[in-house]
Design a protein around this ligand. Structure first.
Ligand code: KIV
Ligand code: ZN
Length: 386
């Protein structure tokens, strides 16, 4: 089995569909170009049949992006698949992604069809999409709550019809890692033609498990992960692209799996998506939160200054942040104050560390966070007194 994991980005489709207001074509194009720079393998650019605006942005992205496969979403309906084919045909490489729900609750309560009818619709959709491209992805919506026997039947039928990627979504973020990994394992054990397609996973984060479930699936043989920048998406969002990419990079010696992600592009891509989507990133969000590389306690700050990996398992530079951020608060020790003053260009002989530190702690108790200009002011007043 290959040790390359494809990263399928759905920020512009599943991520964008959860925003209160749609992005403009220009904004989507800007994000698509950032994703191309980031090194994602596939960009799901939108859902062309859903609106003329979505059609236009999928087409614009298909025309412009050269170093990633551009993909459009369609239900298992002729008109959706035809709209995808039309919007994407200007691309160098494109994929049609067609889906239908497979869980009992969706098939019965939403689609009002029999299980046999659903299999027929899926097969027909995949075959129709193959008339446009030989890169066709099929998704079993709500696979996480689909009976495993029926899921095996659907996956086998989709691959026989010509699907080259079969996606297993945990649409409502219901499964646990052991359970979701078990589903992927059973598919590999039971579907006879499984080696003819790449198995993909698409996890939602309703229980905060989207990344953990995606990792469990990769460990069982999935070789495509669907994710969004900053984890944006329906409800609690999707698997966070930066988290899964940095897990595979940081734990490479254990997992031995590669992606094409250029991790130094992560921070700026995250900022762009946050800004254009008007979706602030929580400060303690892994990898891209404002605090992800800051150290507040004196013991941690002292440790990081002595050896970065005492409290950092990856460097800020590896995700495109220039340096770690040592917050100056009343918990900071002498060592960090001396270090910051040196960074600001002061020699140790310019000041008395004990005096400055005592003044710093007093100020920090009042202010909370002490900034560089505060430190410089303390130094200035100290020099005035001498
Ligand atoms: O969550 C989901 O099931 C989806 C599919 C359309 C892949 O977004
Ligand atoms: Zn989804």
């Amino acid at each position: 089995m290959s040790n390359q994991v494809k990263i399928f980005d759905t920020t512009l489709r599943d991520g964008e569909q959860a925003l209160p207001a749609s992005l403009t074509v220009k904004e989507k194009l800007q994000i698509a170009l950032a994703l191309e720079r980031l090194g994602v393998d596939i960009i799901e650019a939108g859902f062309p049949v859903s609106s003329p605006g979505d059609f236009a942005s999928v087409q614009a992205i298909a025309k412009t992006v050269k170093n990633a496969t551009v993909c459009g979403l369609s239900r298992a309906l002729d008109k959706d698949i035809d709209a995808c084919g039309e919007a994407l045909k200007v691309a160098d490489q494109f994929r049609i992604h067609t889906f239908i729900a497979t869980s009992e609750i969706h098939v019965g309560a939403k689609l009002h069809k029999s299980q046999d009818e659903i299999v027929d619709m899926a097969v027909r959709a995949v075959k129709r999409a193959r008339n446009y491209t030989n890169d066709v992805e099929f998704s079993c919506e709500d696979a996480g709550r689909t009976h495993i026997d029926y899921l095996c039947r659907m996956v086998e039928a989709a691959i026989s019809a010509g699907a080259t990627t079969v996606n297993i979504p945990d649409t409502v973020g219901y499964t646990t890692p052991t359970e979701f990994g078990g589903i992927i394992k059973q598919l590999f054990n039971r579907v006879p033609n499984i080696d003819k397609a790449i198995i993909s996973v698409h996890c939602h984060n309703d229980l905060g498990l989207a990344v953990a479930n995606s990792l469990a699936a990769i460990e069982q043989g999935a070789r495509q992960v669907e994710a969004t920048v900053n984890g944006i998406g329906e409800r609690a969002g999707n698997c966070s692209l930066e988290e899964i990419a940095m897990i595979l990079q940081t734990r490479h010696s254990m997992l031995n799996l590669n992606t094409n992600i250029k991790s130094q592009e992560i921070s700026r891509t995250s900022k762009l998506v946050s800004q254009l989507c008007n979706m602030p990133v929580q400060a303690n969000k892994a990898i891209v939160g404002a605090n992800a590389f800051s150290h507040s306690s004196g013991i941690h700050q002292d440790g990081v200054l002595k050896a970065q990996n005492t409290y950092e398992i990856m460097t800020p530079e590896s995700v495109g942040i220039n340096k770690n951020n040592l917050n100056l608060t009343s918990r900071s020790g002498r060592h960090v104050i001396k270090h910051r003053l040196t960074e600001l260009g002061y020699q140790h002989s310019d000041y008395d560390l004990d005096t400055i530190y005592a003044a710093f702690v007093k100020l920090a108790d009042k202010k909370g966070q002490v900034f560089d200009y505060d430190l410089e002011a303390l130094l200035f007043f100290d020099q005035q007194r001498q």
